[in-house]
Design a binder for this molecule. Structure first.
Ligand SMILES: Cc1ncc(COP(=O)(O)O)c(C=O)c1O
Length: 489
């Protein structure tokens, strides 16, 4: 059947093939969700050996292709919904996000021009308007959905760069970069996401343009050091293109002092971009919204819905305070967003995006908000932040565990530490904790993060999953201790 009619279309044969393929796939997922293991524990070498691309020239048909995907992909996937899968900012997804994916994928709308995504374009624009009101920006629709935090940070830095040059009467868009580029700086904290460096390299200014501002003992940008770095830049004849503040650093979940940074930058007309990829979830929070105080003052913002908004990958957004800055990336393609179209007010979102063809990921957030309502959404976001505080308290009561930093969002940084290990020295202690993470993943029982906080190698629990309880984490911590004892033996 499906072999004869591979394209999704309105014929009876095609729609029947579609129903079968979706039913077979979703049934396989339902079964996979029952698996008790977090991971089947195969190594890189074992997976390389197991997965082969011996394509059958005649084609297998949909059913067999799905069966093979179940066997070689699904069974050896990481169960991100598992209570012991806590290594990364990698969330389990909303059920309604799965339903949204069915609609997004089957309709295959493309967000670059209105004629390729009529209702989708309007929904995305309305969501951007709504997100702006949550932030406290003026009404408007300047912003766009993106593939995630890295791309949103790129947009913020690119527009900051182009606005910086525009103030000096120069169009980067038309003429490229000019002048003494070695003297241009972006300031961010030493715990800002690495995409700041990567994006500055992409933007032609290199890693060297990034000056790292020191942080306090909670990994938040130190305002005194920021002022110091600004003064040093003046003394060196350097110019500041932007300050990137972070609302939710990747490990500690630290939120930089946004209001103070924005006020300091305003005195000097410096663009402030806030990477709120993680902490942006607090926009919906009932208990912790005030952590984002001052967000409404900044020039641009990164939001990421595939973190603590529980959307499937990918789903992010970029918000721009002043729509006029979109002029800096203006490009009119006759076939997509012609001047004629724009004069008529046709919204072609390619004008706001770095991407051309683009998924309708906004539908997931829209359906999530519709299905859960803001109150329930707030509850599942707040759950992780509150749980992290409870887990931290519990960790600090365990003799063999040491809390490395008080949690700020939904992560807990700690390490296994006995007197014997402390006596063996810092390197031995660091390697030991690294080993605990590795052994747990190899066993398939838990995925616990291993990272560094101020030079201390530690374990990290990222507690996004709203179904996870303190009891689940106690079980996980007991497993950490047991694993440590086995390694020591
Ligand atoms: C603070 C922060 N910003 C940006 C990113 C990059 O986001 P994405 O992976 O969606 O590109 C991450 C990823 O974890 C992050 O933690």
């Amino acid at each position: 059947m499906s072999r004869l009619n591979p394209i999704l279309a309105g014929s009876a044969q095609s729609t029947e093939a579609y129903r079968q393929a979706i039913a077979q796939s979703s049934e396989a997922v339902a079964q996979w969700l029952q698996q008790p293991e977090m991971y089947q524990g195969k190594t890189v070498a074992e997976l390389r050996e197991r997965i082969t691309l011996d394509f059958n020239p005649q084609g297998l048909g949909n059913q067999a292709a799905i069966e093979r995907a179940v066997e070689y992909f699904l069974k050896d996937s990481l169960a991100v919904h598992h209570p012991q899968c806590v290594a990364h900012l990698h969330c389990p997804s909303l059920v309604v996000s799965q339903a949204a994916e069915v609609l997004i994928n089957a309709t295959n709308q493309s967000m670059d021009s209105w004629d390729q995504s009529p209702s989708a374009t309007i929904i995305e624009m309305k969501l951007i308007e709504w997100l702006r009101t949550q932030v406290g920006y003026q009404p408007g629709d300047a912003g766009v959905f993106t593939s995630g935090g890295t791309q949103s940070n790129l947009m913020g830095l690119m527009l900051a760069r182009d606005a910086f040059f525009a103030r000096q009467g120069h169009s980067v868009q038309q003429d490229g970069l000019v002048g003494n580029l070695k003297k241009i700086r972006v300031l961010c904290s030493e715990h800002a996401h690495f995409s700041v460096q990567k994006n500055m390299a992409l933007l032609g200014l290199g890693y060297q343009s990034v000056t790292l501002v020191k942080t306090d003992r909670f990994s938040r940008m130190d305002l005194n050091d920021l002022q110091e770095k600004l003064a040093q830049a003046d003394a060196n004849g350097e110019q500041i293109l932007a300050i990137v503040a972070t609302a939710g650093t990747t490990d500690a979940g630290a939120i930089d002092p946004l209001r103070a940074i924005a006020e300091l930058a305003a005195e000097r007309q410096i663009w402030v971009h806030v990477d709120a990829a993680w902490g942006g979830a607090l926009l919906l929070s009932e208990k912790y919204r005030d952590y984002l105080d001052g967000l409404e003052l900044v020039d641009s913002i990164t939001l990421d819905f595939h973190k603590q908004f529980f959307q499937t990958i990918s789903c992010g957004a970029f918000l721009l305070k002043e729509a006029r800055h979109y002029e800096l990336m203006r490009y009119q393609a006759a076939y997509l967003n012609s001047e004629f179209d724009e004069a008529q007010g046709v919204p072609n979102l390619v004008s706001k995006s770095l991407q051309t063809t683009r998924r309708f990921d906004a539908l997931k957030l829209w359906m999530g908000l519709e299905a859960l309502g803001q109150k329930q959404y707030a509850e599942i976001i707040d759950h992780g932040v509150t749980l992290a505080q409870e887990v931290a308290q519990y960790v600090s009561e365990q003799p063999a565990l040491e809390l490395v930093m008080q949690p700020q969002l939904a992560s807990v940084l700690f390490r296994y530490r006995t007197q014997q290990l402390s006596d063996a020295g810092d390197t031995a202690l660091a390697l030991f904790n690294q080993k605990i993470g590795d052994v747990l993943l190899e066993s398939g029982r838990a995925n616990v993060g291993v990272t560094e906080a101020d030079g201390v190698t530690c374990l990290k629990l990222t507690l996004l999953n709203p179904t996870v309880t303190l009891e689940d984490i106690k079980v996980l911590l007991a497993l950490v201790e047991k694993t440590a004892e086995q390694i020591a033996a």
